[in-house]
Write a new protein. Structure first.
Length: 85
């Protein structure tokens, strides 16, 4: 679990994780509004691990995950993103 606050921190985290995978692909399976200000997107994620990681994944391992992202909106802007996989 982790929490990131602010655009700059999110951009830094995204940049830091680029080196973890030699390739990755996200595909949207479905999306819908659960509430007027809550968009839920179901995602398929496929990636190849670039290096051995502390969680036990090894370089070359192929990952196939299903997850979802919840986008909350306030005043017409994204106020929160929650990723679950």
């Amino acid at each position: 679990n982790m929490e990131i606050q602010g655009n700059e921190a999110l951009q830094a985290h995204a940049k830091d994780t680029l080196a973890l995978f030699t390739e990755r692909q996200q595909s949207i399976r479905a999306l819908h509004f659960e509430e007027a200000n809550l968009l839920v997107i179901q995602i398929d994620y496929i990636a190849t691990v670039a290096q051995d990681l502390p969680n036990g994944w090894k370089a070359g391992d192929k990952l196939k995950l299903e997850g979802l992202s919840r986008f909350s909106f306030q005043e017409g802007k994204i106020s929160k993103i929650e990723d679950v996989s």
